[in-house]
Design a protein around this ligand. Sequence first.
Ligand code: BJW
Length: 230
Amino acid sequence: MTLGIVILTGAGISAESGLSTFRGAEGMWEGHRVAEVATPEGFAANPPVVQRFYNGLRRRLADVEPSVAHSALARLEHELGPHNVHLVTQNVDDLHQRAGSTAITAMHGELRQIRHTATGEVRSWTQDVPETDTTWRPNVVWFGERTIGLAEITEKLSSAGMFVAIGTSGTVYPANQFAAIAKAAGAITVEINIEPTDAPFDRRIVGSAVQCVPPFVERLVQCYRRVRRH
Ligand code: BJW
């Protein structure tokens, strides 16, 4: 039996672990303009600002832990099987991986990786990148760059029975199209967010990820067990 649940997560799922979301006050990002630190043009114009910014974010990862929301999604994959549950995250942190999820597409890249600007070689980050370095860049997707795994994601959305968006503002393309793609393919669409967005989801669960994701997962697991028994 294949259920096809696709889950999209955004910065909100990591907020209660202590990582800030993106669209805070006046579009500032940890005190930087977005164009300064999250575009190829920003990197070309001022590599030290960008390298310093990402070195700082990476170091911060060591101080945070996955929350019960991340763990609940890992449990969902474990209970239903990786062929039934696919997690697409816009987050560049590694909290889903550390919580135990394995069927993941990190569509905006991974903070703990660096990429060679000429060859595209990807390496694990082991130490701070020198601030003046332009040979290695963070392996994250900046504005105007192609997201990772879009064809595979679209395929999964097109056969999904359920799509769940957790803690994302739905302001960034292409992730903000996923609910519509899944819905057009016949999926039930669900949003879990502390502040509901304008997008036309079938169901909305309003509250924090830590409050809402574990009971939501519990209901799905119970439902799955009931269906399997019959
Ligand atoms: C909680 C909570 C709690 C809080 N519990 N909930 C015009 C000009 C130029 C470009 C464009 C344009 N129009 C459209 C574009 C395309 C552009 C785009 O979308 N721009 C818009 C902003 C206008 N998109 C792109 O450029 C993408 N690429 C692309 O389109 O490629 C096309 C292409 C094709 C072929 C060849 C080449 C190109 C790429 C987008 C990359 C985004 N990258 C970033 C940075 C990653 C690196 C880094 O981390 O530094 O990814 S931007 C940033 O936004 C980050 C996030 O993943 C992403 C989404 O943010 P998210 O997760 O939704 O966070 P927030 O903060 O917005 O929302 C948090 C939510 O959580 C809120 O709803 C809260 O309520 C909620 N919440 N606490 C539950 N406890």
